[in-house]
Structure formats: structure tokens, C-alpha cells
Ligand binder design. Structure first.
Ligand code: TIU
Length: 239
């Protein structure tokens, strides 16, 4: 098996096939402000614990993807320090006491360069992994993601991150309209709301995979390991 062969894994609504070297891992917005206790997410009244269960499966998948020598990209939701790219509508809509650009528990909320805006240490990018700074929910809006994927010969995306019904779903829908097939990894995406987690995944795979496929990370790790692409010992026995 090589990175050019087609791999198959069990998925909903039917098995997902991919050529590893043409498939990128896209990790959405695993930022401190969304995932860490006391961050912006919790300030809004959410339970960050709902998202933190995705950290370990993401860490394992990221390690496998890196080990296989495949493309990894990370995104961060946030804005310029002068907020020139922040629409008034987005700034004001939540009607919270504090909003984007204000000082929060880990620096200015969702502002680039601030501690809370950065990616959690467990999944921190390594040199060579593009980091896409996006002002919107979708990773394609006002970014160079599509150009980078095209230049890298990518036609399929394995999508993980937070939150399932907001930035993950928006990105998968944008990817569909640009011609990418998407696999959403169910244990590697998270929502503050269990009912939205379920609905967000159901909407991807409904109608014969209207937006793509849903599978588990153990199934994906097993496909990589069976192909000899991910060699590290943790993967042995992945079901
Ligand atoms: N990354 C992302 O999903 N941004 C959000 O604001 N999500 C919420 O669920 N609020």
C-alpha cells in the first residue's frame, strides 16, 4: 500500500473511499477560547466539557495523519486587532455583556494574536501545517484555503473540530459547493449542545450523503494502519 492507493472505511451513508495523498485533515477552530474552562465559550454560558471530549481523539488522528506524511490544515476563527474585518452584525448579535474584540478571560475575545484565539496546546500546529485565519464561520469565506487545497492536489477533506453545527457544518457546506468530498469524524467534532451534535451529523449524511460521510476515528485509524501508513504503536488494535 502507498499513499497513492485507494483506501476504504466503513461510514454513513456508505463506505468512504479516499486516496491518502489527495486527502487533507482539516481541523476547525480548536481554539483556547472555545475549549478551555473560563474561556469565551464558557463566558457565553456554555459547558466547554462538551467540546473537550474531542481533544484526545483529535490528538490521535492528528498524530496518525502526520505519521502518514499527509496534509494537515488548522483553522482559527478571529479578527484583526483593529476589527476592520468584523461586521457590526456579528459584533452586536449576541447582546452579551462582552463581545468580540472586548477584553476576555484570555485576552481580547477572538482577536488574532491573543492567547484565547490560539489553538490548544494538545493540537498545536507544527511547521509546514497551514493555519487558516478566518473571519467567518466557514473556512472558505475570505481565506486562501481553496487555493492552498488546489495547489496541493486535494480533492477530499477529513473534517474535525468545533462546533459541529456551526463552523464544521458551514465549512462542509462551503467545501461541497467547491467540489470537495468530506468525511466528518463523529468523535472528533463537538457541540456545546448534545441535540445539535446529533442533528449536525444527521444533516451531513442524510439523503444519501447530501453533504458527505460520517465515520468514527477508530475506523479511520484502522484504515490507515491496515494500509501501513500510520505506524506508531497506539494504533495497533484500533478497531
Ligand atoms: N467555531 C465555531 O463554531 N464558532 C462558534 O462561534 N461556534 C459556536 O457554536 N458558537
Amino acid at each position: 500500500m502507498t499513499r497513492a492507493d485507494i483506501l476504504t472505511l466503513p461510514a454513513d451513508p456508505y463506505p468512504f473511499e479516499f486516496v491518502p495523498r489527495r486527502t487533507a485533515l482539516l481541523i476547525i477552530d480548536m481554539q483556547r477560547d472555545f475549549l478551555e474552562p473560563g474561556g469565551f465559550g464558557e463566558m457565553l454560558g456554555n459547558d466547554a466539557g462538551q467540546l473537550r471530549r474531542t481533544i484526545e481523539p483529535n490528538r490521535r488522528l492528528l498524530a496518525a495523519w502526520r505519521d502518514a506524511g499527509l496534509l494537515v490544515l488548522h483553522t482559527r476563527e478571529g479578527h484583526r486587532p483593529d476589527l476592520a474585518d468584523l461586521p457590526q452584525a456579528k459584533r452586536l448579535r449576541g447582546r452579551g455583556a462582552r463581545t468580540i474584540g472586548d477584553s476576555g478571560p484570555m485576552g481580547r475575545i477572538l482577536v488574532r494574536g491573543e492567547a484565547g484565539h490560539d489553538i490548544i496546546p494538545e493540537l498545536y500546529p507544527v511547521p509546514g501545517e497551514p493555519v487558516i485565519d478566518k473571519p467567518g464561520k466557514g473556512a472558505f469565506f475570505a481565506t486562501d484555503l481553496h487555493a492552498i487545497l488546489q495547489a496541493s492536489g486535494i480533492d477530499r477533506l477529513v473534517v474535525t473540530g468545533v462546533t459541529t453545527e456551526v463552523c464544521v457544518n458551514t465549512t462542509v457546506r462551503e467545501a461541497n459547493d467547491r467540489g470537495y468530498d468530506c468525511l466528518v469524524v463523529e468523535d472528533c467534532v463537538g457541540s456545546y449542545f448534545p441535540e445539535f451534535q446529533a442533528a449536525g451529523l444527521a444533516m451531513i449524511r442524510a439523503q444519501g450523503g447530501i453533504f458527505g460521510w460520517v465515520a468514527s476515528s477508530p475506523a479511520l485509524l484502522a484504515a490507515l494502519a491496515a494500509a501501513g501508513l500510520a505506524r506508531f504503536p497506539e494504533l495497533k488494535g484500533a478497531a
